[in-house]
Design a protein around this ligand. Sequence first.
Ligand SMILES: Nc1nc2c(ncn2[C@@H]2O[C@H](COP(=O)(O)OP(=O)(O)O)[C@@H](O)[C@H]2O)c(=O)[nH]1
Ligand SMILES: [Mg+2]
Length: 199
Amino acid sequence: MNECILVGQPNAGKTLFALRFVEFLGMRSLDVTFMASDGMLSCKHYKVDQAIRELSGLERHKTRELQTIALQVPVGKSIRSMKLIDSCGLSEGIHPEAVIRKAMAQTLSVMRYAKVILHMIDVTLYVKRKQLADIDQQIAQYGQLKGGYAILANKMDLPNAKEGLNFLADSFPARPIIPVSALQKKGLKEVKALVSRYL
Ligand SMILES: Nc1nc2c(ncn2[C@@H]2O[C@H](COP(=O)(O)OP(=O)(O)O)[C@@H](O)[C@H]2O)c(=O)[nH]1
Ligand SMILES: [Mg+2]
């Protein structure tokens, strides 16, 4: 199966982006499989807008386990199957909550076998701050070892986002960077084109 994992810091916009991508592919509803860190699986059916309300949000670490969405992606004249895996945010240091620590370990293990790693970064983090967070540096280093890797520079709708994007482009001159706005549904076509190359 073609796995594509969304990784990045908490609140980068991974969950909202995943759901917008589903919507972009023409799906009105979806099945999400939740995999807890102890391996327990559960599944829930959502309408896209309901999933957005329930699964994305400002609360840090709202996504606490791997959430897999099975997708059918039209590529040329054929349809390819793909699993889009939304993950718990990776943050610096050792998180005090065991559930989150386990979810982060689970994310790292999927990164090993996923065909494509989409590294989501909130560009507004880098408008003022001109130093990369270690975690973004590490994900990018790991991504370099993979064929399928791209940085999704998210929240391009926000003021001064361009400055953050420029900083990322200077920091990662050799990596593909796709500017997106999960909120305004921008950049979805470009991400689909990239992902399709690996399906
Ligand atoms: N302005 C803006 N806000 C966004 C965008 N993408 C996500 N958000 C907001 O950022 C917050 C975190 O989003 P979420 O998808 O839960 O982030 P996750 O922790 O990476 O899964 C939510 O309040 C979203 O509405 C975007 O493109 N633009
Ligand atoms: Mg999330």
